[in-house]
Design a protein around this ligand. Sequence first.
Ligand SMILES: [Fe+2]
Ligand SMILES: [Fe+2]
Ligand SMILES: [Fe+2]
Length: 279
Amino acid sequence: MDKDKIIALLNQDLEGEHGAIIQYLTHAYAMGEGEMACEIEAIAREEMRHLDWLAETIVKLGGVLSLKRGEMRMGGEAVADWMRNSVLLEKDGINLYREHIESVDDPKIKRLLKRILSDEESHHGDFQHFVDKAGREGAKDVRGTRTDRVVQTLNWGIEHEYTVILQYMFQSYMTTNKAAKKELEDQAINEMQHLGWLAEEIVDISGNPRIEHIEVDQSTKTADMLRADIKIEQEVSAAYDHAAKETEDPDLKELLLRIRDHEIYHTEVFSDLLKEEQG
Ligand SMILES: [Fe+2]
Ligand SMILES: [Fe+2]
Ligand SMILES: [Fe+2]
């Protein structure tokens, strides 16, 4: 099998992991606090590790990462239905990994795919168990229908955070600047935290978090990446600042100001990196 074909297969797997992460996080947030939500989030974290291994492999082969999100199975009214859908999603993944393991000859890549497959088989069992557990314990969708300005602002925040998570991850795999790689990785993790806080806040106030993103900058030169990042961080710091000043709710204000301060920090980190990159 030639290199381009392997890259295409791995990108298909990467897209699948991306879809699974968003499906599971959406469910975990929708269930509020609780043991099952935590376990589902832990599965999403394992999918992130898979995504990381696949991305590293694709870049090593000289490929460009796909930012497309794979098929999700988001239907269903009750939590047990969601869990049934996640069983099916894992089954989709298992079938695809089995096919890919068959068709790839490279022993290291084969080994990696087998390693991931064993996790997916275990997740498949976990979700089957959650179908019963959800039925037995009556796990609930705790989201509400509130759609006022506050919820819109928080959902705008999620859209931004999701966009920069993808952008910084993409850049951290693609850049050849080691210091930039490390910072982009760190800040992507910090943006994941922000996304989680915002989603949890929306659920707390009876809204519905919407995990969608806008266009991701896909510059391949480090200086261009950092310029795009600085611009987006400056815009978003100002937007969080504005939203914080607008709200009367002290807890929400505190949350927005905390995120704003992180974004200011990101701007400064990226600005320093850009200076170094330009020598
Ligand atoms: Fe999985
Ligand atoms: Fe952020
Ligand atoms: Fe940021």
